[in-house]
Ligand binder design. Structure first.
Ligand SMILES: [Zn+2]
Length: 295
C-alpha cells in the first residue's frame, strides 16, 4: 500500500451507494481463471453472466451507473497461502478510483496481534472506511475473544465492521458445503459484540435467513447496528424485513447488491416491485450509508 485513500465522490449527484460489493481478482492475475472458480456460486445466485472481477473493472461498471460502491476482498487468514488480491491492493486501486469506490479492509481474526496492527495501518495509512468479516469462510463466532484485539482498533477509530449473516451462497451445493458451517453466521452472536464495542458501528449483511427476526431485534435494540440488504433480490425479502425497513429501521437499512453475484441493475429494478415506501428510499439508497460511513 502506497496511497492514502480519500473519497472524492459527488454525493448529491450520486444515484445510489452500494454497501456491499466484492472484488475477486487481483490486477496481477488472470481474471478469467478467477471467474471460472466463481461459477458454482453464480449458479446458486442464478446470475447469467459475471462481470470481470478486478477493482478497476468494478469501478468502470459502477461509474457508468453513477452508483458508488463499498468494496473489499476477504482475507483467507494466516493458514492459507498469501492471496494475489490483498486489502493493500484494494486501497491502492480505490485511491485511483476515489470518485466512485470506497475501500473496506479485511483481516482474519486468526492473525491475532499482527492482525490488529494490520487493521490500524489500513485505517491510518490506507484510509479504509470499514472492515468486512465472513464468519463462515473465516470459521469463527463473531463474539469469539480472539477477534477482540481487532475490534478494539475499529472501536477506537469508530470504523464500521460488516459481517456476513445468515445462509451463505459461498459453498452452497458443493461437497460438505465447501467447509462452511452455517452456525457461525447467526446474527445473535453480534449482539454480544455490539455490547462490548458500543462505538464500533456494525452492519449485519444480508437478510439473515433463517434468523431474520434475530437480526431485526438486534438492529432495533442496539443503536450502532445496521442492516445491508445485499445478496438477495428484494423480491425474496421476507415480509417482516420490508415492514421494519419501512418503519423502525428506516434510518438503518442500506442498499447493497453483493456484486458481482447480484448486479445493482437487477437489485434496484426489483426494489421497485416490493412495498418499500417512497419516502424510505432516499435513505435506503444512499443517505443512511453516507451517514454511517461519515462521507
Ligand atoms: Zn459479501
Amino acid at each position: 500500500m502506497t496511497t492514502l485513500y480519500q473519497p472524492a465522490i459527488d454525493l448529491d449527484a450520486l444515484h445510489a451507494l452500494d454497501m456491499h460489493t466484492h472484488v475477486h481478482a487481483s490486477v496481477t492475475e488472470d481474471a478469467a481463471a478467477v471467474n471460472a472458480s466463481l461459477a458454482a456460486m453464480a449458479k446458486f445466485f442464478k446470475s447469467d453472466e459475471l462481470p470481470p472481477g478486478t477493482l478497476p473493472d468494478l469501478a468502470a461498471y459502477y461509474r457508468l451507473r453513477n452508483v458508488a460502491a463499498v468494496t473489499f476482498t476477504v482475507d483467507p487468514g494466516p493458514a492459507a497461502a498469501e492471496p494475489a488480491l490483498t486489502s493493500d491492493e484494494i486501497v491502492d486501486l480505490a485511491a485511483k478510483n476515489n470518485d466512485i469506490v470506497i475501500p473496506f479492509g479485511s483481516v482474519h481474526p486468526d492473525r491475532g496481534e499482527e492482525g490488529a496492527r494490520l487493521a490500524e495501518r489500513l485505517i491510518v495509512e490506507g484510509g479504509v472506511r470499514g472492515f468486512k468479516f465472513h464468519p463462515n469462510a473465516m470459521s469463527f463466532f463473531p463474539n469469539d475473544r480472539k477477534a477482540y484485539d481487532l475490534y478494539e482498533v475499529l472501536n477506537a477509530h469508530r470504523i464500521p465492521a460488516l459481517f456476513h449473516t445468515g445462509q451463505s451462497g459461498a459453498g452452497a451445493g458443493t461437497r460438505g458445503g465447501g467447509g462452511m458451517r452455517l452456525k457461525y453466521s447467526n446474527p445473535l452472536h453480534l449482539d454480544d459484540v455490539a455490547v462490548d464495542f458500543p462505538d464500533m458501528p456494525i452492519v449485519l449483511a444480508h437478510p439473515s435467513f433463517p434468523w431474520q427476526e434475530e437480526a431485526l431485534a438486534i438492529a432495533v435494540h442496539k443503536p450502532q447496528v445496521h442492516i445491508d440488504l445485499s445478496g438477495w433480490s428484494p423480491k425474496y425479502f421476507p415480509p417482516i424485513l420490508v415492514q421494519y425497513a419501512n418503519t423502525l429501521l428506516r434510518d438503518k437499512v442500506l442498499f447493497g447488491s453483493d456484486f458481482p453475484l447480484i448486479t445493482p441493475d437487477r437489485w434496484l429494478a426489483d426494489l421497485e416491485k416490493i412495498g418499500i415506501r417512497d419516502e424510505v428510499k432516499p435513505g435506503l439508497m444512499k443517505g443512511n450509508a453516507i451517514r454511517l460511513l461519515g462521507l
